[in-house]
Design a protein around this ligand. Structure first.
Ligand SMILES: N[C@@H](CCC(=O)N[C@@H](CS)C(=O)NCC(=O)O)C(=O)O
Length: 218
């Protein structure tokens, strides 16, 4: 059986997990942190998540796992079949990661430690996040899903990207709901799905274990 390795407090971990649950794939979850002995065999970048395929190969990088899951489990598709629509989907995933997740991730150490972030860093983050806001306003339709009537991989990607983006926004003061019309009702729609609720419960259940891991790393 395929195995998803990592920890539920990770927003990246939750992306392939949501996709697997949506597709009804039987899989195991291994609770593991990147500091574990031999974790590099699963993922040489020492990041979570990683994935062991049904035939024992290890894969990592969340966007790659999404592609693999879609290729291997095509039932209940999460990417459109039309090449342009497929690329549009990937374009939004990439933009969400580059311009919303990654800049805000730079603020996580300050969010977790309650220390003030340097103003220069905040200004850098806000400038990149502004690009992300423009991308979503230009491309997302929210009718009712991110890119039309079907829920797709881009919806999953953006939803979990936003959990880290929100942590950063609580420091920068950027209000994504105000800046991106349609974002808030779309988030509510996604969050109401039973799979989202299951993932959210698992995330919450992992909270104390994750913060203990962070303490040990300091
Ligand atoms: N590029 C990676 C990023 C994954 C990532 O940053 N994961 C975080 C957890 S959300 C992580 O493993 N951080 C390293 C650590 O906690 O030591 C991917 O797409 O999977």
């Amino acid at each position: 059986m395929p195995t998803l390795h990592g920890f539920s407090y990770s927003n990246y971990y939750n992306i392939p997990k949501h996709a697997l649950l949506y597709k009804g794939v039987a899989f195991e979850e291994e609770l593991i942190f990147p500091s574990a002995n031999d974790y590099s065999k699963l993922n040489p970048a020492l990041k979570v998540p990683s994935f062991t395929t049904d035939d024992g190969h290890h894969l990592s990088e969340t966007s790659v796992l999404c592609e693999y899951i879609e290729d291997i489990y095509p039932e209940k598709p999460l990417l459109p079949s039309n090449p342009l629509a497929r690329s549009r989907n990937r374009q939004l995933m990439r933009m969400a990661e580059l311009y919303l997740e990654l800049p805000n991730r730079r603020l996580l150490p300050y969010s977790f430690s309650n220390q003030a972030a340097p103003e220069s860093l905040i200004a850098e983050v806000v400038a990149v996040v502004d690009r992300g806001i423009n991308c979503l306003n230009a491309l997302a339709t929210f009718d009712p899903w991110l890119l039309g009537p079907e829920m797709t991989m881009a919806d999953i990607y953006l939803f979990y990207v936003l959990t880290v983006a929100e942590m950063g926004c609580s420091i920068t003061g950027v209000n994504l709901n105000d800046s991106i019309p349609g974002l808030e009702p779309w988030r509510e729609l996604f969050a109401a799905d039973p799979i989202s609720q299951r993932v959210a419960e698992d995330t919450e259940a992992n909270r104390s274990v994750f913060f203990e891991y962070l303490q040990r790393r300091r």
